[in-house]
Design a protein around this ligand. Structure first.
Ligand code: NAD
Length: 344
């Protein structure tokens, strides 16, 4: 299995493979870059179809964290971890304690937190074995409401930039995934007067969205072709790909999911079709911004910093138009410039 020649390998500083037979833990930790500070990024639990899929995911996600943390103005490097398993059936206290011991052995080079399939309770269990966990109960807690707020503001910024209006009344948004972040995002959008078209695997969440937010439910494969203004991917990555992109009728792609573009060229195709793309790691930085206030937690200060996502995105959109580059490339260049300045 290729690691150094894997297309997603980007001079990662460390990649750690962890196995603990007693608890069944199989995990991979990737520390991408610690120039800005200790690597910080959540842990994802997912039943990956293959080890290669898990490696690619952790390599891409950890690199994204380096850029996300730098652009959000945080003194954190980038890292991420994945636990290979089904979050509905494979969780146990022992598993998360073994995960905590593995993170502890890294000695503070990497701090973990929650991501898809992981709850704050799981992080608290791992925290019994290590201080290197963030998003703790009684401190910054669940990052999802802040990720949702940042994503909501990012959608507002995209609508403002593209249409010149500061109002979401009547704006139609197709939200894919009503999980921790997606549901909070839908609540913000509903309160702002937007119309919601939603899909998820989870019928309970769909029923709730219909009841509470007057949302229209569509099938999993129908979400891309909806007659909407905004497509908001809030489930897993790579949903902008060769199959889905030609179906899009939205003129804005702005959601919280990580790694939304299957490949870089899909960013170019979005631009060429006049679709404004809010780079994923910029719009979804609200949660990590909140986590960065962990030591001396202050909700108002955290929210004020999350609100800066709006202006950061407006700057990226303008620079992309001036230079003809994609918004993703512009964001990467801005992040790299911050890291380079810090290095020197
Ligand atoms: P979550 O697991 O709570 O929610 C994901 C939701 O997507 C679930 O309801 C799931 O049923 C649904 N889903 C899965 N596959 C789907 C499909 N094919 N079609 C439609 N729905 C599907 O996760 P989350 O914490 O809400 O995170 C969502 C995304 O946002 C992830 O990509 C995550 O990496 C990213 N993100 C989350 C945070 C955070 O603060 N939680 C921060 C930054 C980025």
């Amino acid at each position: 299995m290729a690691i150094f020649s894997n297309p997603s390998f980007d001079q990662h500083e460390k990649v750690l493979f962890v196995s603990d037979e007693a608890s069944g833990l199989k995990a991979i930790v990737a520390v991408h870059d610690t120039t800005m500070g200790p690597a910080v990024g959540g842990c994802r639990m997912w039943p990956y179809a293959s080890d290669e899929e898990a490696i690619t995911d952790v390599l891409r996600l950890s690199r994204g964290m380096t850029y996300k943390n730098a652009l959000a103005g945080l003194q954190f490097g980038g890292g991420k971890s994945v636990i290979i398993g089904d979050h509905r059936t494979d969780k146990s206290d022992e598993l998360f304690r073994a995960f905590g011991r593995a993170i502890d052995a890294l000695g503070g080079v990497y701090y973990s937190a929650e991501d898809v399939g992981i709850t704050t309770a799981d992080i608290m269990t791992a925290h019994q074995e290590t201080p290197y966990m963030m998003g703790l109960e009684g401190k910054s807690g669940d990052p999802s409401p802040y990720t949702a707020l940042g994503t909501f503001l990012g959608i507002k910024a995209a609508v403002k930039y593209q249409r010149g209006v500061d109002d979401l009344t009547g704006i139609k948004v197709a939200v894919q995934g009503l999980g921790h972040v997606g549901y909070y995002l839908c609540e913000h959008l509903y309160q702002a007067g937007a119309e919601l078209i939603v899909c998820d695997l989870n019928d309970t969440q769909l029923e709730r969205a219909k009841r509470e937010l007057n949302a229209t439910v569509v099938g999993l494969d129908e979400i891309y072709s909806q007659e909407v203004d905004v497509y908001a991917p809030c489930a897993l990555g790579a949903t902008i790909n060769d199959i889905t992109l030609p179906q899009l009728k939205a003129t804005i792609v702005a959601g919280c999911a990580n790694n939304q573009l299957a490949e870089l060229r899909h960013g170019e195709q979005l631009r060429d079709r006049g679709i404004l793309y809010a780079p994923d790691y910029v719009i979804n930085a609200g949660g990590i911004i909140n986590v960065s206030f962990e030591r001396d937690y202050n909700a108002d200060a955290a929210e004020a910093k999350v609100r800066k996502i709006y202006q950061t995105l407006l700057d990226i959109f303008a620079k992309a138009d001036e230079s003809g580059q994609t918004t993703g490339v512009v964001a990467d260049e801005m992040a790299r410039a911050i890291i380079a300045a810090n290095r020197s």
